[in-house]
Design a protein around this ligand. Structure first.
Ligand SMILES: [Zn+2]
Length: 227
């Protein structure tokens, strides 16, 4: 196994444990106790986002150094190190936590945990623009978000191999685009070959999503009358 694959595997495990932490909070803690615990979860998740960001940054710097080295020969080790440090400094990208794949994975569809506390919070996804506190404090169904479109999945299909779910049309297009070399688009997933024949329906999830969307629609109608 390459270092890269091992890293992805660890990252996937970390994300899984963060998700079960979130589930435990939702199942066992009431409003008052869940707030500090959610803060801790949020901070820990940020830590992983930072690590991931630093890692990607150093990869980019390395690539640039490698390119430069191809063009010029006879550089000393010190010079190479210096070059690497310069390239790192030049990269001024910052972490957008709620946009990061790790965050999206852990909080599926919820852009910011603490903001869930505020009613009428607008989500990135305009398919539903209101979330109640109960989202985190009870076993309310959270719809899965497609890793490609980042929108709530309406027609789910599941990979038989890695069990991840995707929006049907999105993943089929994606597999076609990648020509037989499609890797599961979930960050950290070690499934390196995803094929259309691996995709199966998940009727249980489909009915939960349908119910969820119907509930959203009727809420929308209610709020329209208020306005
Ligand atoms: Zn996967």
């Amino acid at each position: 196994m390459t270092l890269q694959e091992r890293r992805e595997q660890y990252l996937e495990r970390c994300i899984e444990s963060l998700k079960s932490w979130k589930d435990l909070i939702a199942e066992h803690l009431d409003d008052d106790d869940s707030t500090p615990e959610l803060l801790k979860l949020k901070e820990t998740t940020k830590g992983y986002c930072d690590l991931d960001h630093d890692y990607k940054k150093s990869l980019r710097a390395l690539e640039q150094v490698e390119e430069l080295l191809d063009k010029t020969e006879g550089r000393s080790g010190d010079e190479v190190e210096q070059l690497y440090k310069e390239k790192l400094k030049e990269d001024s990208t910052t972490v957008e936590y709620t946009d990061s794949d790790i965050w999206q994975n852990v909080f599926e569809g919820i852009t910011d945990v603490m903001e869930v506390k505020q009613k009428k919070k607008k989500l990135r996804d305009n398919q539903f623009d209101e979330l109640e506190d109960s989202m985190f404090c009870s076993n309310v169904f959270t719809p899965p978000v497609d890793p490609i479109s980042k929108a709530v999945i309406r027609e789910p299909v599941r990979s038989k191999k890695c069990k991840h779910v995707y929006e049907r049309s999105m993943i089929i297009d994606y597999i076609k685009q990648q020509k037989r070399k499609a890797k599961c688009p979930y960050i950290g997933c070690s499934n390196r070959l995803l094929q259309v024949t691996d995709l199966v329906d998940d009727s249980n999830l489909q009915s939960q999503i349908t119910q969820y969307l119907e509930a959203q629609d009727s809420e929308d109608e209610d709020t329209e009358e208020d306005d």
